[in-house]
Design a binder for this molecule. Sequence first.
Ligand code: NIG
Ligand code: FE
Length: 409
Amino acid sequence: MPVLTDIAQLAVCPAEGAQGDLGLIAKAALVWESGAVLWVGSAAALPAAYAEWPRESAGGRLVMPGLIDCHTHLAFGGWRADEFEQKLLGRSYLEIARQGGGIASTVKATRAASEDELHSRARSSLDAMLRLGVTTVECKSGYGLNVEDELKQLRVYRRLAEEGPQRIVPTCLGAHIVPPECKENRKSYLRLLTDELIPQVADESLARFFDVFVEDTAFSREEARTILHVAATHGLRAKLHADQLTDTGGGVLAAELDAASADHLECINANSIRAMAKAGIVAVSLPLATLYLNQEPLPARALIDAGVPVAVATDFNPGSAPSYDLHLALWLACTRQRMTPAEALKGATAYAARALLRDDIGSLEPGNKADFVVVDAPSVNHWLYHFHPETVVRTVISGETAWKRARIP
Ligand code: NIG
Ligand code: FE
């Protein structure tokens, strides 16, 4: 039952309110007990009841909710560094995909990897993410693309969730692409998804969401509807990789399917923006993928102006976003997507929680989980302006210190 004081600025990041509303408190104090936030406010207004409680100092730093990376492909086999070079030499992502590279090559490497190998690599990524202040991670399958290997990826996520310390939110992305062996018979793969994979994933409670990549080289809108209706009957809420490389009307589809979020959206049209605003669908922006694919960013300002909540995530994967650095993604959300630091932070806290249908994390409102980060910066603006590595000094999950910098600057 500690009291954290000497907080230069505390960002509550209320679940409700506008994109830029962080509920900032200067010279703040934070009280928690049994893993949950009890009280937050100005240190001068600390209730007498907590006056004698043990104190800890934030050292005059910034405190914010634990960051939520609401879109990753955390566990995969191999890397694709050669494709990185080829893209820089002018070959497109789609061209590489059509010639058997891209996602298909990671599918091959992931199928060849054992559950233990996938686990140990994902483990080390998660450990590094903890040092960046990331306390919750959404993790997609989608590199198995048969029943056995999709379940293998999802079991890795179950193991990681059981081990902690981070919260893991698993998503089945069985509809990432049609795997090479089913190219001549798409229908057989759709049947595998609807008749075998989805029921088994649901039976073993291995995922919370089902994600479909809607694109020329992946799945059509009609196929997405079929798959996601079956997923919904099994209790798996929809997510979409939408409008990433071409405009497929992904935002309208997300609204129609009551998706928890529509992600990417670099090519979204005005109609889709209106549909998402009306249905209250979260747009997940993935600025690292936009940058690696050398695209124009999604129209973040138009989305925000229309009232669409914009989350920010890494999309960590070996192809379009080979980095798990959420701090960097937030900085890019500012510099490339023209979001303010406050808007970006809300996108990796309260709105990221909304994209995962969680109302107990992402905000330091009383009653929520005491997941928070102490950052070596005087304010949110300063943190995303003076970009430098190793800004986090302490990461706390459910009130317990999950990581602390040994030598504090
Ligand atoms: O989110 N767009 C589809 N899927 C991933 C890329 C996966 C890969 O290239 O391996 C993405 O960008
Ligand atoms: Fe993705």
